[in-house]
Design a protein around this ligand. Sequence first.
Ligand code: NAD
Length: 309
Amino acid sequence: MARKKITVVGAGNVGATAAQRLADKELGDVVLIDIIEGMPQGKALDLAEPAPIEGYDSRLVGSNGYKESIDSDIVVITSGLARKPGMSRDDLLKTNAGIVGSVTDEIMKYSKNPIIIVVSNPLDAMCHVAMKHSGLSRPRVIGMAGVLDSARMRCFIAEALNVSVENVTAFVLGGHGDTMVPLPRYSTVAGIPLPDLMPKDKIDAICSRTANGGAEIVSLLKTGSAYYAPSSAVVEMVEAILKDKKKILPCAAYLEGEYGINGLFVGVPVKLGSAGIEEIIQINLSTDERASLNRSAAAVQELVDVLGR
Ligand SMILES: NC(=O)c1ccc[n+]([C@@H]2O[C@H](COP(=O)([O-])OP(=O)(O)OC[C@H]3O[C@@H](n4cnc5c(N)ncnc54)[C@H](O)[C@@H]3O)[C@@H](O)[C@H]2O)c1
């Protein structure tokens, strides 16, 4: 059987690190695309050369065009700009929407029915752009945010309790931003609900650190944002799809009435398999949790409205 093809658009920090992790796991051949001349080619070559040492047979190709992406199984979109001084949030939204839209158009010229994983920010709004430009069905456009946000929460819980990260599960719903909704009730340590193991004030502190997890890294790095953990999150999603694992992960999905939300990308638990989003899992929410999810969805709707203006 031929290897799967994964195209990563944007060979910056998240894209290149994702390419490295995809090759390390031998999930398929990787095409790395960026507009900077020579850069994706250089990074792809640099990632191909350790293959004999690391022992992977994934092929890596870099390009400034899309021909090499032909017949991709999965496309990961990480292209976009970070906010520059003097640029408003809405300016950034429109600039990145332009980038994600044109990238999606190019992708669809060469791949008939790929699964697109969107990473570019603002995440939930960029999912709308990719869905509109691709014309793909809703299981095939998926946003990466919840896997990262819940990994951060799991990391903080494990650290606080001094237990293995492998024992910890955590759920984060909602949009990717400070309105995200960490769900301690659905977070467990070896199956034990988190509220049975930790006082409320500690849990609240972890939820707040999780919601500000991206900003914490930005304030330390000063230039640029997180990419090691985001690239791991992308690869977990790619692996679930390519290996048809039917893995339940929090992802941004286009909701059509689920959770009482219609026509909006919002982070919810989904089952990821070879068809993309194979099921949207609906969990019971308390009144407060539902109100937080609705607030988070309203924040996504605001961005989508700006795009429509
Ligand atoms: N969803 C998440 O949880 C999450 C996490 C981390 C980063 N992000 C977002 O992912 C994006 C990438 O982050 P990064 O740290 O890799 O940034 P980066 O600046 O290192 O890389 C972005 C790359 O996109 C390229 N690019 C710009 N326009 C392009 C176009 N039209 N076609 C192809 N490539 C183009 C740039 O040349 C650059 O190399 C940002 O929007 C960031 O905010 C999202």
